[in-house]
Design a protein. Structure first.
Length: 95
């Protein structure tokens, strides 16, 4: 197994699920985005509320900090890493 692709998990690292705040790094463009995963009725990506049925929401659901996820979005494929939300690097919102 490639150790770079292996995520070390602990009980303190919650899986992304409804109501959980998470931060993702886009490995292609270096951007960072932070969101809370919500139902489609509560979705507002510009306000950091990402729907669980959106392409990114479906891709990150049930993953944890350190996991790599690939997702096909309307703007093309994205390669994302779920990162620790207490990292001090500023986040931006997807448009």
């Amino acid at each position: 197994m490639n150790s770079a692709a292996h995520a070390v998990r602990s009980v303190q690292d919650p899986a992304v699920s409804l109501g959980v705040h998470f931060v993702i790094d886009d490995l292609d463009d270096g951007s960072r985005d932070d969101y809370v995963l919500v139902s489609s009725a509560e979705s507002n990506p510009a306000a950091g509320r990402l729907s669980d049925v959106s392409p990114v929401g479906r891709a990150v659901r049930d993953h944890r900090k350190g996991d790599l996820v690939d997702v096909l979005t309307p703007r093309g494929p994205r390669h994302l890493r779920i990162v620790d939300d207490d990292d001090q690097r500023p986040a931006r919102r997807l448009e």
